[in-house]
Write a protein that binds this ligand. Sequence first.
Ligand code: TYD
Ligand code: MG
Length: 448
Amino acid sequence: MAKSKQVYVCSNCGADSPRWMGKCPSCGEWNTLEEKTLLVKETKVSQMLVGDQGLVKLGNVDVTQNKKVTTTFSELDVALGGGLVDGQVVLVSGEPGIGKSTLLLQLAVNISQQGIKCLYVSGEESAQQVSGRAARIYPKGEYKELQFLLTSTVDKVFATVQDNDFDLVIFDSIQTISDDDVVGVPGGMAQVKAVAAKMVSLAKQSGFRLLIVGHINKDGDIAGPKVLEHLVDTVLRFEGERDGLYRVVRAVKNRFGGTGEVGILEMTGVGMRDVDLAQGVFAGGGEGEVGAVKTVAFEGNRPIVVQVQALVGRTVFPYPKRVAEGVPISRLQLICAILERYAKISLTEYDVYVRTAGGYSLESATSDLAVAAAIVSAFHQLPVGPDVLCVGELGLSGRLFLPNMYHDRLKSVSKYGIKRLVSVAGLSLKGVKLLPVGYVGEIVSALR
Ligand code: TYD
Ligand code: MG
């Protein structure tokens, strides 16, 4: 149902406000708000989704339709929990330049070669740009049939998708395609919500797989309203350093699979490709170093060995610096406080920098011990062998612990050349010597 609505739209930036104001609250310009009457089609959340199905017995529901189709990237399949199901809507988020468009273009090219009808919609890049990217990666014969649409309005996409029976649609990006029925700048709250709602409801009705690109803002959140994440089935987040080689794709929400899994991909001169985890791409070099300690990130069912690096140096600032990349800064501050109090390492006059190899994001507290050990190693100039792995969470009393669920998962680490394990007492791993640590003050003796 359409209804009319009075709004005041800024002629400078396009932001809208329900009241007239002398100064635009968005861009700060004076006297730019003009009154407009709009016909607004109300989209209710219930309309955005699958619609009504009536009363059914769950036992009679056919679940075989949920067959997963491979994305043709085994690492992406791992993150998605096997592939893409009919009607699945995936939001692919990440910083500009991280490789979202490249990966999705490759996915579309590879999938279309299997006879699956794909459409690549772009609101930000022309056919020349996108086909230039495809030409960089594939011989022309491999992508020539892929359908492409450049548009800035969602209704055009809607009509194109309805007229053609596509099985997979890439929507690049939610911030650059807008809905003419709704006021507001493209990429703004109202627009993102309306565009996503239209596309999601169409995907759910028609059963095509929809991959939506979403840029992220400075804080690492998906630009736009939180409702966007609720509307989609799956949210994939691209992590890693834009200038680095490796990209981690993490499922932060998934209605069709688990969320713990990550996929690792590599950006090459000719597109993205799967990375073999056994290569240990985040494990750092093979030499024993000062301030470099390995730990393991337990992502779903696969352990990923990650090197943590620390630099400790006398400060020249009034307050010593604490800089962390790949580890939350609050975690680093906490570990410094624990070391200070319980390991008698006075860091008050020292700057502490911590990073992870390849910018891998260590989210679990089981990497605390490795962070602490890297700082201890850097502070005492104590080299740590490349065959040493540190795993455990530090309590506020300086005590080390490791939840039982991780004991089993540690079994496969010997595959990565690990011969010594610094962790809680009582662990037993074949071919790996345990160097037990009960509390943070014992790290130095375990490393010596
Ligand atoms: P892009 O996919 O455009 O990123 P996003 O859509 O997330 O903004 O990636 C752009 C970067 O990737 C750019 O810096 C060029 C680089 N790149 C490669 O290194 N190899 C390639 O084969 C391609 C196509 C791009
Ligand atoms: Mg892009």
